[in-house]
Ligand binder design. Structure first.
Ligand SMILES: CSCCC(=O)/C(O)=C/O
Ligand code: FE2
Ligand code: NI
Length: 180
């Protein structure tokens, strides 16, 4: 189940807000400019669906966002616990970073923990199947797929060079809950 915990940036010992209620998550995140939506597939997806079938199933909301926010491309990233590079791939997203484009991710399957550092607070957002999260460009954040990663996500890009991260150099991510 999707879940939000909000911490003060200087205190990872206890969350000020903790909710699994979709509307409450949407409201808390919306207040700091983070998009949170639920999408449904146009038609049920078969297990092992191809990237093209996945993008077709969510074609309508993907096209809507492309028009609204100027995204140029969409791809599909999948991870499974058997992936031989799962440790390196987990580490790739674990440090605080920004992008010079909005980071929009839709969870077709599985789960992942996004953490956003904004306005003196740290927002731990456990995303699951059906959730879309949108982190505005320039916003410090990190992502934990966990030690046994399992997810399929649609990613939208404005820049044609694909995923480019700018590390902030902060070690804040080491102090907040991970996806274990
Ligand atoms: C869930 S897609 C992989 C995560 C990602 O692209 C990113 O930039 C995390 O911060
Ligand atoms: Fe990112
Ligand atoms: Ni760029």
């Amino acid at each position: 189940m999707s879940e939000l915990k909000v911490f003060d940036e200087g205190d990872a010992s206890g969350a000020r807000v903790h909710t699994r209620d979709f509307e409450a998550i949407r409201r808390e995140l919306g207040a700091v400019g983070i998009r949170f939506e639920r999408w449904e597939a146009r038609q049920p997806l078969k297990p092992g669906a191809s990237q093209a079938e996945i993008l077709e199933a969510y074609g309508e909301p993907v096209e809507r966002l492309k028009k609204e926010r100027g995204f140029k491309t969409a791809d599909v990233l999948s991870m499974v616990p058997e992936h031989p590079d799962k440790v390196a791939l987990r580490n790739k997203f674990l440090h605080e970073h920004t992008h010079s484009e909005d980071e929009v991710r839709f969870f077709v399957e599985g789960q992942g923990l996004f953490t956003i550092h904004k306005a003196g607070r740290v927002y731990n957002v456990l995303c699951e199947k059906g959730d879309l999260i949108g982190v505005p460009d320039g916003t410090p954040h990190w992502f934990d797929m966990g030690p046994q990663p399992r997810f399929t996500a649609i990613r939208l890009f404005t820049h044609t060079e694909g995923w480019v991260a700018h590390p902030t150099g902060s070690d804040i991510a080491t102090r907040f809950p991970r996806f274990e």
